[in-house]
Design a protein around this ligand. Structure first.
Ligand SMILES: *C/C=C(C)/C=C/C=C(C)/C=C/C1=C(C)CCCC1(C)C
Length: 268
């Protein structure tokens, strides 16, 4: 193993060493606390996925490396948040929404930019694709947060957020990104792109549905989400993140490794 290879392997390991300590959760997780257990399971899965994606950058062509690094950043950022959320949950029996939003504010734009990155790896994707996807995510998330945090009306925040999401869906199903994928993507990339946009449609629908259930359906007389609903919502969000962050990253990994394998060997 060469020195640079060793160095590359050390990067993910040293990143993980910076994870917050979690002594409180470790000492207090009850064996029937399924929300806590799901936080625990998913945090481990996210951490393992991070090592995997970063490690695999070594076996793909240069132009695919950025996509895999971004997948690894998404699971890394989420893993750290899950460590915090797990500890807060075990300590208080609550999971403040603000942690989800801080995570989303970083990971969702990165996930959207993956569409731009894989298109850039196969051709010359325009900067417009990048900006439209980025702005769409912010229009989706920021009003959602303002609504949940009480700065604006809950319904207004929800409606504007939905428009942001629809704007993203338009771009990846019918806009410039979709046209480029249809015209230029080789089969493995086209199939990954197609599955990725269905993840953004079906997998992502879980979060606005959670908003509807948590604020309109399962509310007590004071207008707060009931405890049972908030437990169920946390488990559902946690499982959703497995699909939307880990499986999404695996789709990119599939496109990247398939394309790298078929590359013509260098003459040397
Ligand atoms: C890894 C985390 C992901 C993929 C989170 C995605 C979050 C959303 C798709 C949130 C969507 C929302 C709307 C479409 C309307 C307003 C309320 C939100 C922010 C929950």
């Amino acid at each position: 193993m060469t020195f640079t290879k060793l160095l590359k392997g050390l990067i993910p390991v040293s990143l993980l060493a910076t994870l917050p300590s979690t002594a409180f959760a470790a000492a207090n997780l009850a064996s029937d606390d399924f929300v806590g257990i799901s936080f625990w399971l998913i945090s481990m899965a996210l951490m393992a996925a991070t090592v995997f994606f970063l490690w695999e950058t070594q076996s793909v062509d240069g132009k695919w490396k950025t996509s895999l690094v971004v997948s690894g950043l998404v699971t890394f950022i989420a893993a750290v948040h899950y460590f915090y959320m797990r500890d807060v949950w075990v300590a208080t029996g609550e999971s403040p929404t603000v942690y989800r939003y801080i995570d989303w504010l970083l990971t969702v734009p990165l996930l959207m930019i993956e569409f731009f990155l894989i298109l850039r790896a196969i051709g010359s994707a325009s900067g417009g694709i990048f900006w439209r996807l980025l702005i769409g995510t912010l229009v989706m998330l920021v009003p959602g947060y303002l609504g949940e945090a009480g700065y604006i009306n809950i319904t207004v925040g929800f409606v504007i957020g939905m428009l942001g999401w629809f704007y993203i869906l338009y771009e990846i199903f019918a806009g410039e990104a979709a046209q480029m994928a249809a015209n230029e993507a080789p089969p493995a990339v086209a199939s990954a792109y197609n599955t990725m946009r269905w993840v953004v449609t079906v997998g992502w629908a879980i979060y606005p549905l959670g908003y509807v259930f948590g604020y309109y359906v399962y509310v007590d007389d004071a207008g707060n989400t009931t405890a049972a609903a908030s437990q169920a919502l946390n488990i559902v969000y946690n499982l959703a993140d497995v699909v939307n962050k880990i499986a999404f990253g695996l789709l990119i990994w599939y496109a990247a490794t398939s394309e790298s394998k078929k590359a013509v060997p260098a003459t040397a």
